[in-house]
Every structure is written in structure tokens, then in C-alpha cells.
Design a binder for this molecule. Sequence first.
Ligand SMILES: [Zn+2]
Length: 286
Amino acid sequence: MSRALPPPPATTPAGPPVARRPGGLLQIGSTPRSATVLGPGAPGAGGPEVLDRLGRPAGGVGVEARLAADGTAWNAFDPAGPAPAQRFAARAAAVVAVVGGGRTARLLLQLLEDAGVGALVTEDPAALPPARARPAAPADLVVLITHHAAHAVRADGLLADGVPHLSVVLRDTDAVVGPLVVPGRSACLRCLDLHVTDADPGWPAVVDAFVHGPRGAEESATARAVAGLAGLQVLAHLDGAGAAAVGATLELLLPEGTVRQRWWSAHPQCGCVDLPLPAGRPVRDP
Ligand SMILES: [Zn+2]
């Protein structure tokens, strides 16, 4: 016996959801911390002009529609940030390098390309079409993907040159996204090693074994979740939105998928935040 299914919900263009509340109120947005409730007296509270002000995309296909959807979402994430056109212009002018190949790197590169980042640099020639890579370009941000432990020595040159860099470490039962090091402004990878060594004097030997040891597996769901979490940090930084991983690590527990944020101060024996900033390279405030 067949049973009639209810009609599918009406499709809506990407944008903040809108709900009518009792008393003639209108709620815009679904997240309690960022939703807005408009009263019946607010301009446009009852009509489609509210929807227009929200910047819903007019439709379209392909790249333009995708970027319009991204612009609407980032407007909600970061309402004090740049307008969508400025946001995408900044991304289009940016160069991001991803160091450390593998599945997570390939997914992150694809994500950054989809999000409108202008030039991507990779060690993996198969990760991007040749036209997308710009091997000799100085990077605005470098993502360092390692297995089991971060390799602070590999970031020394970036620190000295004032290049912001995001550490991503794939470990046995979690993945650590961060810190996003803004040289001279926030704790660096060596600061973290010094903090851990304070609590565990054997840590340097463990790091040495890990960074010279075999790579770990990059499981399907983990690689996507890590690429997504890292991608949000990269885009927030490029947009000037203040990435959550500046001065912090975001620990993605596996297989639960829960994320714990841990804050790290600069270590007094490192001295990285006392270094003069290289001339000619503007560093965004975290
Ligand atoms: Zn440091």
C-alpha cells in the first residue's frame, strides 16, 4: 500500500533563515548568539525588504553562486567585517601555502580554492591544476601539516620573516589545529614546546622521534573535519576576522568530533614576542 508523502519544503536561496515569532516579531538567524529579533515597529519587519537587506543572493550558478553563498554566511559569522566584495577581493589577492602533502592537505587546498583564495602553493603537484599554483610567490599565510607533533624548527624561517603560519598536527586520537602564529604578536610553536617541556622534561626527545618517524593514517572523515577547521582559521585570518587559533590550539577529539580550545601564552624563555617585526610586511592584529 502506498502512502502519499508530504510535499517537500520550499527551496530558499542561501541566507539567514527567517522565522515569524508570536507578537509580530521576526527572528533572523538560527544561532542564539547571533540571531536578531525585530519588533513589529522595526523598519521592514514585516516585509520582503528585510530579506533584501540581509543580502540574500539573487541566484546564479557556478562560482558566483558559491561565492554569494559564502559571502552571506561570512556576513553572519563576522557582521563587523568587510563587505562581501571587499572580503573576496582580499582573498583573491592572497597567497596561501600548504606544506605537508597528503589527503588533508589536498582537501584544504580544494576548500581554499572554492573559497576564492587567489593563489595556492603546494608541494604536491597533483593537488592542484598547474595554473592554480604559483610556486615562487611569497605567502601571506603558510599552513604546516605534520603528523604526531609540530616541528618548530621548520617554522623558524617563517617566524624570522614575519610570515603568519598555522600548525596542523594529525595525532593518534585527535587532531590539533593551531596555533596560528602571528609573529611577534602571539605564542609560536617553540613557545608551546617550552610550555610542554616545563611539565614533561622528556618531551623534546619525544618530539624528535615523532617528527622523524613515519606518517600516520589520514582517515576519511578526520581529513575532511580537519581541513574544514583549518580552512575556517585561514579564511578568518585573511578576512581580518580574528581567527580562534591565534594564541590557541583547537583540539578535535576523535572519533567524537568535539573541539576543545586551549590557550597558550608566549613562553618567557622563547622571546619571540619581543622580536622586532620585519619591515615592510604588515601584520594584521589577531
Ligand atoms: Zn615563541
